[in-house]
Design a protein around this ligand. Structure first.
Ligand SMILES: [Zn+2]
Ligand SMILES: [Zn+2]
Length: 385
């Protein structure tokens, strides 16, 4: 009987954990069922794996396409796309080394396996270098002094958060920003809730609040799923490749590639489709751009440019929090990290939550120990009486 109950509970928990997917423009179909027959998937950048080992002086068929990729994300400037050749030249090597630095790879200047794997990963469509200023791996050092009686302790931490050129930000009345969904997308409530959850993560650490409005055209932030060329000069490329892009403040446009297999609910890592992309993870990242953050070279940060398919990454890290608080200040009700760097700056928000829970756990153990000691002393006293 007990086994039956256990089995029932197990089945119930599994059924509530089912993954629901979403694919524009048919919001009703469940991609986890629809695409079961797909045994392979391809990214628009799979082709780049043919360039393994390619280095300066070599000529490889199609290398001009990889140069276009580097141009798109800000690594090659001052050369018109029409002049790109298949030659691995000096300017390409220079761009490659900056890319390798930004993504914490060995700066070999060669298209090695690690670099090519990174290049092929699905990513955000916003450039890593804007107007020629590379700030992704800037290594800003912040210092802060704390006085403890007579002694002064100095803390240093390296931050990699970045802003758009000119550091644009919102200055909303009542610190409130509105967001609306493109009416033609006809999004189900589950998808809208995913965006609401993503906004909440930024509201927690800033004085800002985000409110949904039905008036799309006048909303501060306008969210829409689009496919291919959609009129802003940044066409989407189908499954994987670029997943979404957003514009710096106070533009407010937030576009997502309608051709992705978006996972709305459940654990993306157990999705049956290899190309499944977690919607909330991408939304949290793009909202960072909408609020004024650029890309960061801290791999664990939300503002890192790439995300693997079937991965959920939604917790803001110290690098994200420090960056956004430089723009907007902190949330007086937030009891996590603040702008003041501490010796635990590398510890994440999540880790802090875990360690604070650990603290509570230890307290309980300590209380139990006192109760146990009291009980032993009491028994001993009764025996002696
Ligand atoms: Zn981005
Ligand atoms: Zn767009």
């Amino acid at each position: 009987m007990r086994t039956c109950i256990l089995l029932f509970v197990l089945l119930l928990s599994l059924s509530t954990n089912s993954i629901t997917g979403f694919r524009f423009p048919d919001p009703d179909h469940d991609v986890s069922n629809h695409l079961l027959n797909f045994t392979s998937y391809s990214s628009p950048w799979d082709y780049f794996k043919n360039f393994t080992g390619c280095q300066i002086g070599e000529e490889r068929n199609g290398l001009a396409k990889l140069k276009q990729y580097f141009h798109r994300f800000g690594y090659i400037r001052d050369i018109p796309i029409s002049n790109f050749t298949d030659n691995f030249d000096d300017s390409f090597e220079k761009a490659l080394r900056i890319y390798q630095k930004n993504f914490n790879l060995n700066q070999t200047g060669i298209l090695d396996d690690q670099t090519l794997q990174q290049i092929q990963r699905p990513r955000c469509g916003v450039a890593d270098i804007i107007d020629g200023a590379s700030s992704m791996h800037s290594g800003k050092t912040t210092a802060d002094s704390h006085h403890h009686g007579d002694s002064t302790t100095k803390f240093h931490s390296v931050a990699h958060y970045a802003f758009f050129p000119g550091q644009p930000k919102w200055r909303p009345r009542n610190r409130r920003l509105t967001y609306g969904f493109l009416p033609q997308n006809n999004l189900p409530d589950t998808v809208k809730l995913t965006f609401a959850n993503a906004f909440k993560r930024w509201a927690e650490v800033t004085p800002l609040s985000f409110v949904e409005t039905e008036f799309y055209s006048t909303a501060d932030i306008r969210i829409g799923f689009f496919s291919g060329d959609h009129g802003d000069g940044e066409p989407f490329d189908g499954t994987l490749g670029t997943l979404a892009h957003a514009f710096s403040p106070p533009n407010g446009r937030f576009h997502l590639d309608g051709a992705e297999d978006w996972i709305v609910d459940g654990d993306a890592s157990t999705a049956t489709i290899k190309s499944a992309v977690d919607l909330e993870s991408v939304a949290v990242h793009e909202i960072g751009h909408l609020l004024g953050l650029g890309h960061s070279s801290v791999e664990e940060s939300i503002m890192y440019p790439t995300i693997s398919s079937r991965k959920k990454k939604v917790v803001l890290r110290d690098d994200d929090i420090q960056g956004i608080q430089v723009l907007y200040g902190g949330n007086p009700n937030y009891n996590g990290t603040s702008l003041i760097p501490s010796s635990t700056t590398t510890q994440s928000h999540q880790e802090r939550e875990e360690s604070s829970n650990g603290g509570v756990h230890n307290l309980n153990i300590r209380s139990c120990w006192w109760a146990y000691s009291f009980f032993v002393v009491l028994c001993y006293s009764i025996l002696l009486m």
